[in-house]
Design a protein around this ligand. Structure first.
Ligand SMILES: O=C(O)CCC(=O)C(=O)O
Length: 229
């Protein structure tokens, strides 16, 4: 299928697609139900320009990732940063914005404890770029937030058992929220996902915010034992 036809087909079937105006409670309910939610237009052009300038400025030393990790094919360059590092004020501002969004609605899923500690840019180039099916590490708590900064790609969420792979187009400005251990009191809840090569232009850049630490993983067990007691 040509890139143009592929883009068209993906636009016609946008599962779990929401806007920030729909309200964070609706977005988080979707994450609790489906394991992910795609939020359109979470970054504006100015945000994206500033993020890209910061990533490609003097801190911008992207490194090639290993071609295979635990059997997962990877073709990308990455730039890892610590949230709070004064040398990346734009990323720090985005992490604060995400936190503000998460605490803007009642703590129905335990999301008030999310506080991103790690930021990772991924840059995919050419037809071979992308990541094979994988789950994020168990060491990342509550949510994984993937912002599309530059370019479009097919993002797939794979079924855990029977069921279909959900394919969606991620475009500049989109935020894809993935469930991580501890969200809604679930000990795991991670969805297997994959990302394809850039569909428009030569390059796609994403920025993922994660919180290191399995916060809240025992919440549901605690609730049960509190009831039993
Ligand atoms: O770049 C993306 O859109 C996805 C990144 C991802 O899945 C990961 O870093 O684990």
């Amino acid at each position: 299928m040509s890139n143009r036809r592929a883009l068209g087909a993906l636009r016609e079937r946008p599962p779990g697609q929401l806007q920030l105006d729909d309200g964070m409670d609706r977005v988080l309910a979707e994450v609790a139900t489906s394991g992910f939610a795609l939020v359109r237009g979470a970054l504006d052009d100015d945000d994206r320009r500033q993020l890209l300038a910061e990533a490609t400025g003097e801190r911008g030393r992207f490194l090639r990732v290993p071609a295979r990790v635990n059997g997962v094919r990877q073709r990308a360059d990455q730039l890892s940063l610590s949230v709070g590092d004064p040398r990346c004020p734009v990323v720090n501002g985005l992490a604060r914005r995400l936190r503000d969004l998460l605490i803007s609605c009642p703590d129905s899923h335990g999301q008030h404890r999310f506080d991103a500690s790690q930021a990772r840019y991924m840059r995919y180039r050419g037809a071979a770029g992308g990541l094979g099916a994988h789950r994020d590490g168990m060491c990342y708590g509550l949510l994984v937030a993937v912002y599309s900064v530059v370019g479009s790609a097919e993002f797939s969420v794979l079924p855990d058992g029977d069921g279909h792979t959900l394919r969606m187009l991620v475009e500049p400005g989109d935020l894809l929220l993935l469930r991580a251990p501890g969200f809604d009191g679930e000990p795991d809840g991670r969805r297997r996902h994959a990302v394809g090569p850039p569909l428009s232009g030569d390059e796609r850049v994403s920025l993922t915010l994660r919180m290191v630490g399995r916060h809240g993983v025992h919440r549901r067990t605690d609730r049960r034992s509190a009831k039993a007691g």
